[in-house]
Design a protein around this ligand. Structure first.
Ligand code: NAX
Length: 328
Protein backbone atom coordinates (compact mmCIF):
# COMPACT_ATOMS: atom_id res chain seq x y z
CA UNK A 1 0.00 0.00 0.00
CA UNK A 2 1.09 3.57 -0.74
CA UNK A 3 2.33 5.48 2.32
CA UNK A 4 0.26 8.59 3.03
CA UNK A 5 1.42 12.01 1.84
CA UNK A 6 1.65 14.64 4.57
CA UNK A 7 -0.19 17.80 3.53
CA UNK A 8 0.01 20.84 5.79
CA UNK A 9 -2.55 23.58 5.16
CA UNK A 10 -2.21 26.95 6.88
CA UNK A 11 -5.21 29.21 7.33
CA UNK A 12 -7.13 25.95 7.30
CA UNK A 13 -10.23 27.41 8.96
CA UNK A 14 -10.49 30.27 6.47
CA UNK A 15 -12.61 30.42 3.36
CA UNK A 16 -10.08 29.01 0.91
CA UNK A 17 -9.00 26.35 3.39
CA UNK A 18 -12.59 25.25 3.85
CA UNK A 19 -13.07 24.94 0.10
CA UNK A 20 -9.75 23.13 -0.44
CA UNK A 21 -9.65 20.53 2.34
CA UNK A 22 -12.57 18.40 1.22
CA UNK A 23 -11.28 18.13 -2.32
CA UNK A 24 -7.79 17.25 -1.08
CA UNK A 25 -9.33 14.54 1.11
CA UNK A 26 -11.30 13.28 -1.88
CA UNK A 27 -8.14 12.82 -3.98
CA UNK A 28 -8.50 15.77 -6.37
CA UNK A 29 -5.01 17.06 -5.63
CA UNK A 30 -2.75 14.01 -5.25
CA UNK A 31 -4.82 11.44 -7.09
CA UNK A 32 -7.40 8.87 -6.20
CA UNK A 33 -4.87 6.28 -5.04
CA UNK A 34 -2.81 8.46 -2.72
CA UNK A 35 -3.71 8.41 0.99
CA UNK A 36 -3.35 11.78 2.72
CA UNK A 37 -2.57 12.92 6.23
CA UNK A 38 -3.83 16.45 6.80
CA UNK A 39 -2.11 18.79 9.24
CA UNK A 40 -3.93 22.06 9.78
CA UNK A 41 -2.23 25.21 11.07
CA UNK A 42 -4.33 28.05 12.42
CA UNK A 43 -4.05 31.04 14.69
CA UNK A 44 -5.06 30.20 18.28
CA UNK A 45 -8.33 32.15 17.98
CA UNK A 46 -9.42 30.11 14.98
CA UNK A 47 -8.66 26.69 16.43
CA UNK A 48 -12.33 25.98 17.27
CA UNK A 49 -13.28 26.63 13.65
CA UNK A 50 -10.48 24.29 12.55
CA UNK A 51 -11.76 21.60 14.94
CA UNK A 52 -15.24 22.01 13.47
CA UNK A 53 -13.83 21.65 9.96
CA UNK A 54 -12.01 18.48 11.05
CA UNK A 55 -15.32 17.14 12.40
CA UNK A 56 -16.84 17.70 8.97
CA UNK A 57 -13.85 16.03 7.31
CA UNK A 58 -14.56 13.04 9.56
CA UNK A 59 -18.12 13.08 8.35
CA UNK A 60 -16.95 12.78 4.76
CA UNK A 61 -15.69 9.27 5.57
CA UNK A 62 -13.00 9.82 2.92
CA UNK A 63 -11.26 6.56 2.15
CA UNK A 64 -7.98 8.34 1.37
CA UNK A 65 -7.92 10.47 4.54
CA UNK A 66 -5.66 8.79 7.07
CA UNK A 67 -5.63 11.49 9.77
CA UNK A 68 -6.38 15.13 10.52
CA UNK A 69 -4.30 16.96 13.13
CA UNK A 70 -4.70 20.56 14.20
CA UNK A 71 -1.97 22.90 15.43
CA UNK A 72 -1.32 26.50 16.36
CA UNK A 73 2.43 25.85 16.31
CA UNK A 74 4.20 25.94 12.93
CA UNK A 75 7.01 23.58 13.96
CA UNK A 76 4.54 20.86 14.85
CA UNK A 77 2.28 21.52 11.86
CA UNK A 78 5.06 21.34 9.24
CA UNK A 79 6.73 18.26 10.73
CA UNK A 80 7.38 15.82 7.87
CA UNK A 81 5.33 17.84 5.36
CA UNK A 82 5.53 16.69 1.73
CA UNK A 83 3.22 19.49 0.65
CA UNK A 84 2.66 22.87 2.31
CA UNK A 85 -0.27 25.00 1.19
CA UNK A 86 0.43 28.37 2.76
CA UNK A 87 -2.99 29.98 2.63
CA UNK A 88 -3.09 31.86 5.95
CA UNK A 89 -1.80 35.41 5.82
CA UNK A 90 -2.32 38.70 7.55
CA UNK A 91 -5.17 40.56 5.84
CA UNK A 92 -5.04 44.29 5.32
CA UNK A 93 -6.55 45.97 8.36
CA UNK A 94 -8.18 49.39 8.49
CA UNK A 95 -5.65 52.18 8.06
CA UNK A 96 -2.86 49.70 7.34
CA UNK A 97 -0.36 50.96 4.79
CA UNK A 98 0.86 48.67 2.02
CA UNK A 99 4.34 48.69 3.57
CA UNK A 100 2.91 47.57 6.94
CA UNK A 101 1.03 44.74 5.23
CA UNK A 102 4.17 43.62 3.43
CA UNK A 103 6.20 43.73 6.64
CA UNK A 104 3.59 41.85 8.71
CA UNK A 105 3.43 39.07 6.14
CA UNK A 106 7.17 38.99 5.58
CA UNK A 107 7.59 38.24 9.29
CA UNK A 108 5.09 35.34 9.09
CA UNK A 109 6.63 33.84 5.95
CA UNK A 110 10.20 34.28 7.18
CA UNK A 111 9.33 32.20 10.22
CA UNK A 112 7.43 29.59 8.23
CA UNK A 113 10.31 29.27 5.73
CA UNK A 114 12.81 28.73 8.54
CA UNK A 115 10.60 26.12 10.20
CA UNK A 116 10.00 24.29 6.90
CA UNK A 117 13.76 24.22 6.42
CA UNK A 118 14.11 22.44 9.76
CA UNK A 119 11.23 19.99 9.89
CA UNK A 120 9.63 19.37 6.46
CA UNK A 121 10.23 16.24 4.36
CA UNK A 122 13.02 16.21 1.77
CA UNK A 123 10.54 16.23 -1.09
CA UNK A 124 8.65 19.27 0.26
CA UNK A 125 6.69 21.29 -2.27
CA UNK A 126 5.31 24.69 -1.21
CA UNK A 127 2.55 26.76 -2.72
CA UNK A 128 1.89 30.19 -1.26
CA UNK A 129 -1.67 31.44 -1.67
CA UNK A 130 -1.75 34.11 1.08
CA UNK A 131 -1.11 37.59 -0.25
CA UNK A 132 1.17 39.22 -1.22
CA UNK A 133 1.75 35.67 -2.49
CA UNK A 134 4.80 36.17 -4.73
CA UNK A 135 6.79 38.13 -2.18
CA UNK A 136 5.70 35.87 0.68
CA UNK A 137 7.10 32.92 -1.29
CA UNK A 138 10.36 34.76 -1.96
CA UNK A 139 10.75 35.51 1.76
CA UNK A 140 9.96 31.94 2.81
CA UNK A 141 12.48 30.54 0.31
CA UNK A 142 15.15 32.98 1.44
CA UNK A 143 14.79 31.60 4.98
CA UNK A 144 15.01 27.97 3.86
CA UNK A 145 18.59 27.63 2.60
CA UNK A 146 18.54 23.81 2.55
CA UNK A 147 15.42 23.55 0.38
CA UNK A 148 15.93 24.03 -3.38
CA UNK A 149 14.37 27.39 -4.21
CA UNK A 150 12.27 25.95 -7.03
CA UNK A 151 10.19 24.11 -4.41
CA UNK A 152 8.76 27.50 -3.37
CA UNK A 153 5.98 28.64 -5.64
CA UNK A 154 3.08 31.07 -5.50
CA UNK A 155 -0.39 30.76 -6.93
CA UNK A 156 -1.16 32.49 -10.22
CA UNK A 157 -3.16 29.55 -11.56
CA UNK A 158 -6.37 31.33 -10.59
CA UNK A 159 -5.38 34.21 -12.87
CA UNK A 160 -4.45 31.68 -15.56
CA UNK A 161 -7.81 29.92 -15.26
CA UNK A 162 -9.63 33.26 -15.30
CA UNK A 163 -7.81 34.19 -18.51
CA UNK A 164 -8.83 30.91 -20.19
CA UNK A 165 -12.45 31.43 -19.13
CA UNK A 166 -12.56 34.98 -20.51
CA UNK A 167 -10.94 33.87 -23.76
CA UNK A 168 -13.46 31.06 -24.04
CA UNK A 169 -16.40 33.45 -23.57
CA UNK A 170 -15.00 35.93 -26.08
CA UNK A 171 -14.36 33.36 -28.82
CA UNK A 172 -17.08 30.81 -28.01
CA UNK A 173 -14.27 28.24 -28.08
CA UNK A 174 -14.59 25.54 -25.42
CA UNK A 175 -12.08 25.66 -22.58
CA UNK A 176 -10.65 22.26 -23.52
CA UNK A 177 -9.55 23.63 -26.90
CA UNK A 178 -7.62 26.55 -25.38
CA UNK A 179 -3.95 26.05 -24.55
CA UNK A 180 -0.70 27.93 -23.97
CA UNK A 181 -2.12 30.93 -22.13
CA UNK A 182 0.54 32.62 -19.96
CA UNK A 183 0.29 34.85 -16.91
CA UNK A 184 3.38 36.94 -16.19
CA UNK A 185 4.46 38.91 -13.15
CA UNK A 186 2.79 39.53 -9.82
CA UNK A 187 -0.51 38.14 -8.52
CA UNK A 188 -1.90 41.67 -8.38
CA UNK A 189 -3.65 44.12 -10.68
CA UNK A 190 -0.33 44.59 -12.53
CA UNK A 191 -0.25 40.96 -13.74
CA UNK A 192 -0.13 40.39 -17.49
CA UNK A 193 -2.28 37.64 -19.00
CA UNK A 194 -0.63 36.93 -22.37
CA UNK A 195 -2.51 35.28 -25.24
CA UNK A 196 0.03 35.92 -28.01
CA UNK A 197 1.31 32.31 -27.85
CA UNK A 198 -2.06 30.73 -27.13
CA UNK A 199 -3.97 28.27 -29.29
CA UNK A 200 -7.71 28.85 -29.38
CA UNK A 201 -9.35 26.04 -31.30
CA UNK A 202 -7.82 26.29 -34.77
CA UNK A 203 -6.97 29.98 -34.31
CA UNK A 204 -3.87 31.56 -32.83
CA UNK A 205 -4.05 33.82 -29.81
CA UNK A 206 -2.00 36.39 -31.74
CA UNK A 207 -4.81 36.66 -34.28
CA UNK A 208 -7.38 37.21 -31.54
CA UNK A 209 -5.05 39.77 -29.93
CA UNK A 210 -5.21 41.84 -33.13
CA UNK A 211 -8.41 43.26 -31.67
CA UNK A 212 -6.33 45.57 -29.48
CA UNK A 213 -9.35 47.42 -28.10
CA UNK A 214 -10.76 44.18 -26.69
CA UNK A 215 -7.35 43.05 -25.44
CA UNK A 216 -6.46 46.32 -23.69
CA UNK A 217 -9.83 47.58 -22.50
CA UNK A 218 -11.64 44.33 -21.81
CA UNK A 219 -9.60 41.13 -21.55
CA UNK A 220 -6.55 42.26 -19.55
CA UNK A 221 -8.42 44.42 -16.99
CA UNK A 222 -11.21 41.85 -16.60
CA UNK A 223 -8.71 39.13 -15.71
CA UNK A 224 -6.56 41.38 -13.53
CA UNK A 225 -9.53 42.82 -11.59
CA UNK A 226 -11.62 39.69 -11.40
CA UNK A 227 -10.98 39.30 -7.66
CA UNK A 228 -12.47 42.73 -7.00
CA UNK A 229 -15.43 41.98 -9.27
CA UNK A 230 -16.13 38.79 -7.31
CA UNK A 231 -16.05 40.70 -4.00
CA UNK A 232 -18.38 43.38 -5.39
CA UNK A 233 -20.85 40.83 -6.74
CA UNK A 234 -20.68 37.95 -4.28
CA UNK A 235 -20.08 40.06 -1.19
CA UNK A 236 -17.11 37.85 -0.29
CA UNK A 237 -13.75 37.16 -1.85
CA UNK A 238 -13.12 34.31 -4.26
CA UNK A 239 -12.63 31.14 -2.24
CA UNK A 240 -13.80 28.05 -4.14
CA UNK A 241 -12.13 29.19 -7.37
CA UNK A 242 -8.91 29.97 -5.47
CA UNK A 243 -8.98 26.56 -3.78
CA UNK A 244 -9.66 24.94 -7.14
CA UNK A 245 -6.68 26.71 -8.68
CA UNK A 246 -4.35 25.75 -5.81
CA UNK A 247 -5.41 22.12 -6.29
CA UNK A 248 -4.83 22.39 -10.06
CA UNK A 249 -1.36 23.82 -9.37
CA UNK A 250 -0.25 21.03 -7.04
CA UNK A 251 -1.90 18.35 -9.19
CA UNK A 252 -0.04 19.47 -12.30
CA UNK A 253 3.22 19.86 -10.38
CA UNK A 254 3.00 16.22 -9.31
CA UNK A 255 1.39 14.66 -12.39
CA UNK A 256 2.70 16.94 -15.16
CA UNK A 257 1.12 19.38 -17.57
CA UNK A 258 -0.66 17.96 -20.62
CA UNK A 259 1.41 17.29 -23.73
CA UNK A 260 1.56 20.37 -25.94
CA UNK A 261 0.23 22.71 -23.28
CA UNK A 262 1.60 24.70 -20.38
CA UNK A 263 0.21 26.56 -17.39
CA UNK A 264 1.21 29.51 -15.21
CA UNK A 265 2.86 29.53 -11.80
CA UNK A 266 5.00 31.97 -9.87
CA UNK A 267 8.52 30.60 -9.36
CA UNK A 268 11.83 32.06 -8.22
CA UNK A 269 13.31 33.61 -11.33
CA UNK A 270 16.53 32.03 -12.56
CA UNK A 271 17.12 35.31 -14.42
CA UNK A 272 15.17 34.54 -17.58
CA UNK A 273 12.96 36.89 -19.63
CA UNK A 274 14.59 39.89 -17.97
CA UNK A 275 13.24 38.99 -14.51
CA UNK A 276 15.95 39.49 -11.87
CA UNK A 277 16.87 36.50 -9.70
CA UNK A 278 15.40 36.73 -6.20
CA UNK A 279 11.93 37.66 -7.44
CA UNK A 280 9.15 35.08 -7.43
CA UNK A 281 7.45 35.85 -10.72
CA UNK A 282 4.68 34.20 -12.70
CA UNK A 283 5.88 32.52 -15.89
CA UNK A 284 4.52 30.08 -18.44
CA UNK A 285 5.60 26.73 -17.00
CA UNK A 286 5.50 23.02 -17.72
CA UNK A 287 5.75 20.35 -15.07
CA UNK A 288 8.03 17.47 -16.05
CA UNK A 289 8.96 14.59 -13.71
CA UNK A 290 7.66 16.48 -10.68
CA UNK A 291 9.53 19.70 -11.39
CA UNK A 292 8.44 23.02 -12.85
CA UNK A 293 10.30 24.17 -15.96
CA UNK A 294 9.87 27.66 -17.30
CA UNK A 295 8.89 27.63 -20.97
CA UNK A 296 11.86 29.40 -22.51
CA UNK A 297 12.48 30.98 -25.88
CA UNK A 298 9.07 32.60 -26.40
CA UNK A 299 9.22 35.67 -28.58
CA UNK A 300 8.10 38.60 -26.41
CA UNK A 301 6.78 41.52 -28.47
CA UNK A 302 6.91 45.16 -27.37
CA UNK A 303 3.30 45.10 -26.20
CA UNK A 304 4.01 42.20 -23.85
CA UNK A 305 7.47 43.44 -22.83
CA UNK A 306 6.12 46.70 -21.45
CA UNK A 307 3.46 44.94 -19.39
CA UNK A 308 5.81 42.28 -18.05
CA UNK A 309 8.31 44.99 -17.08
CA UNK A 310 5.64 46.94 -15.17
CA UNK A 311 4.63 43.93 -13.10
CA UNK A 312 8.24 42.87 -12.49
CA UNK A 313 9.03 46.40 -11.30
CA UNK A 314 6.21 46.05 -8.76
CA UNK A 315 7.70 42.76 -7.53
CA UNK A 316 11.10 44.43 -7.17
CA UNK A 317 9.46 47.23 -5.13
CA UNK A 318 7.80 44.70 -2.84
CA UNK A 319 11.08 42.90 -2.21
CA UNK A 320 12.84 46.21 -1.61
CA UNK A 321 10.17 47.12 0.97
CA UNK A 322 10.90 43.99 3.01
CA UNK A 323 14.62 43.87 2.26
CA UNK A 324 15.62 44.03 5.93
CA UNK A 325 13.84 40.71 6.48
CA UNK A 326 15.96 38.97 3.88
CA UNK A 327 18.98 37.13 5.24
CA UNK A 328 22.26 38.84 4.31
P1 NAX B 1 -9.71 34.05 5.39
O1 NAX B 1 -9.53 35.32 6.15
O2 NAX B 1 -11.06 33.48 5.20
O3 NAX B 1 -8.81 32.91 6.04
C1 NAX B 1 -7.49 33.12 6.38
C2 NAX B 1 -7.20 32.20 7.56
O4 NAX B 1 -5.79 32.24 7.80
C3 NAX B 1 -7.89 32.63 8.86
O5 NAX B 1 -8.61 31.54 9.38
C4 NAX B 1 -6.72 33.05 9.76
O6 NAX B 1 -6.98 32.71 11.12
C5 NAX B 1 -5.59 32.22 9.20
N1 NAX B 1 -4.24 32.76 9.44
C6 NAX B 1 -3.83 34.03 9.39
N2 NAX B 1 -2.53 34.12 9.68
C7 NAX B 1 -2.10 32.85 9.91
C8 NAX B 1 -0.85 32.31 10.26
N3 NAX B 1 0.22 33.08 10.47
N4 NAX B 1 -0.76 30.96 10.40
C9 NAX B 1 -1.83 30.19 10.23
N5 NAX B 1 -3.05 30.66 9.91
C10 NAX B 1 -3.18 31.98 9.74
O7 NAX B 1 -9.01 34.31 3.96
P2 NAX B 1 -9.17 33.47 2.61
O8 NAX B 1 -10.30 34.01 1.83
O9 NAX B 1 -9.13 32.03 2.92
O10 NAX B 1 -7.83 33.94 1.84
C11 NAX B 1 -6.57 33.52 2.32
C12 NAX B 1 -5.46 34.27 1.58
O11 NAX B 1 -5.50 34.00 0.18
C13 NAX B 1 -5.55 35.80 1.66
O12 NAX B 1 -4.25 36.31 1.94
C14 NAX B 1 -6.01 36.21 0.28
O13 NAX B 1 -5.61 37.52 -0.03
C15 NAX B 1 -5.30 35.19 -0.55
N6 NAX B 1 -5.79 34.97 -1.92
C16 NAX B 1 -4.86 34.67 -2.88
C17 NAX B 1 -5.22 34.34 -4.17
C18 NAX B 1 -4.19 33.99 -5.19
O14 NAX B 1 -4.56 33.75 -6.34
N7 NAX B 1 -2.88 33.94 -4.87
C19 NAX B 1 -6.64 34.39 -4.61
C20 NAX B 1 -7.60 34.31 -3.48
C21 NAX B 1 -7.20 35.06 -2.24
O15 NAX B 1 -7.48 36.42 -2.42
Amino acid sequence: TTPPAVVTVTGAAGNIGYAALFRIAAGAMLGHHQPVRLRLLELPGSLPAAVGTAMELDDGAFELLTSVDIFDDARAAFDGADHALLIGARPRGKGMERADLLAANAAIFAEQGAVLNDVAADDLRVIVVGNPANTNAAIASAHAPDIPSDRFTALTRLDHNRAIAQLSHHTACPVREISRVSVWGNHSASQYPDIFHARVGDRSGAEIAEDRAWLVDDFIPTVARRGTAIIDTRGASSAASAANAAIDHVHDWVFGTPEGDWTSAALPSPGVYGVPPGLVCSFPVRAVDGRWEIVEGLDINDFSRARIDTSVAELADEIAAVGDLLPA
